[in-house]
Write a protein that binds this ligand. Structure first.
Ligand code: XMP
Length: 319
């Protein structure tokens, strides 16, 4: 009989056999897939594994701290935390085109990762949390086989350039199975049930120019929205929910004075695989509560709108 416990044991043997005494490096994104892969590989080969977390400064509130503490303190897995916020934000200055943002972030991510791999030295293997759907849709994640709607960022090309072999223990699994394996490995339900988050992070949720100030405003609004979603018990019924910060200012009134601030968009969708998506039908009272809190608590936002577009024709992310 196939069980997750059996899969775990078999994979551990397989990883040991593949890797021998070699050194493995694994890039953590903060997401479920790379985390589960790292924990499984660490169980197989211990400190022959080093994780590298390239922190581009475009993560949500508190997220980097959570990843670092989970790996260092809870699992005791060697982790290099590269704070590259300034590098990414400097490079993004003046960039407004969505594809230009994605390309810059992808390229810079690889450069930073590569530099860290060199510093660690003698790395023979690169571990990735590639899933089965990634394998069969390797041409384009979102656009079907012939058009690229959005360029996704990963460390493609790096293994050949650095002469590394790939370790991909999740290649046969679907997302729900990765979540089961994560639980089997002791990750909490809250961690394995997290919504997907795109590699380019908040940069593609800030149409127009990305600045530290705008990232900070968005982080606050997003945290309020997700807190309300969790409090309402809706988190697990939603595939993905997030706030976006629009490059549009509108007039409002606060107390007895006029405001002229940014618009915040809210997105929430249900989906099976991210390829198509439906709008999550919130109760209007819920949306009012979130809108009121965001306008009252986040300086820089004075209007909130809800995105009613399904995918297609919209995409889940706004860029
Ligand atoms: P879209 O916006 O194309 O997104 O409907 C579909 C799913 O993919 C996620 N997404 C990304 N994930 N790197 C990722 O790892 C990326 O560059 C990227 N862009 C979009 C998106 O959040 C959604 O879950």
């Amino acid at each position: 009989d196939w069980t997750m416990a059996g899969f775990r044991a078999a994979k551990i043997e397989e990883i040991r056999e593949q890797v021998g005494k070699g050194r493995v490096i694994c890039g953590l994104s903060g997401g479920v897939d790379s985390s589960v892969a790292a924990v499984l590989i660490h169980e197989a080969i211990g400190d022959q594994l080093t994780c590298v977390y390239v922190d581009h400064g475009l993560m949500r509130a508190g997220e980097s701290e959570q990843v670092v503490s989970l790996f260092r303190n809870h699992y005791n897995i060697p982790l290099v935390h590269v704070n590259a916020e300034a590098l990414f934000l400097d490079g993004l200055a003046g960039v407004t085109d969505p594809e230009a943002k994605r390309k810059f972030i992808g390229k810079t991510f690889i450069e930073v990762f590569e530099e860290e791999a060199r510093k660690i030295g003698n790395v023979e293997f690169l571990a990735q949390g590639t899933l089965y759907p990634d394998v069969i849709e390797s041409v384009s994640f979102t656009g079907g086989p012939s058009v690229t709607i959005k360029s996704h960022h990963n460390v493609g090309g790096l293994p050949e350039r650095m002469n590394m072999k790939l370790v991909e223990p999740l290649r046969e699994l679907f997302k729900d199975e990765v979540r089961l394996l994560g639980r089997e490995l002791g990750l909490t339900d809250a961690f394995v049930g997290r919504h997907p988050f795109p590699g380019p992070g908040l940069a593609i949720r800030i149409p127009g120019e990305v600045t530290k100030e705008r990232c900070d405003i968005l982080r606050k609004a997003d945290a309020i929205y997700l807190e309300e979603i969790r409090n309402a018990g809706l988190y697990d019924a939603i595939w993905q929910a997030f706030a976006v910060l629009l490059p549009v200012r509108t007039v409002g009134v606060m107390g007895d004075h006029r405001t002229y601030d940014s618009v915040c968009g809210l997105r929430a969708v249900t989906s099976v695989d991210g390829m198509t998506a439906d709008v999550y039908p919130f109760d209007p009272a819920f949306l009012s509560r979130v809108a009121t809190r965001i306008v009252n608590e986040v300086q820089g936002i004075n209007r909130v709108v809800y995105d009613y577009t399904s995918k297609p024709p919209g995409t889940i992310e706004w860029e």
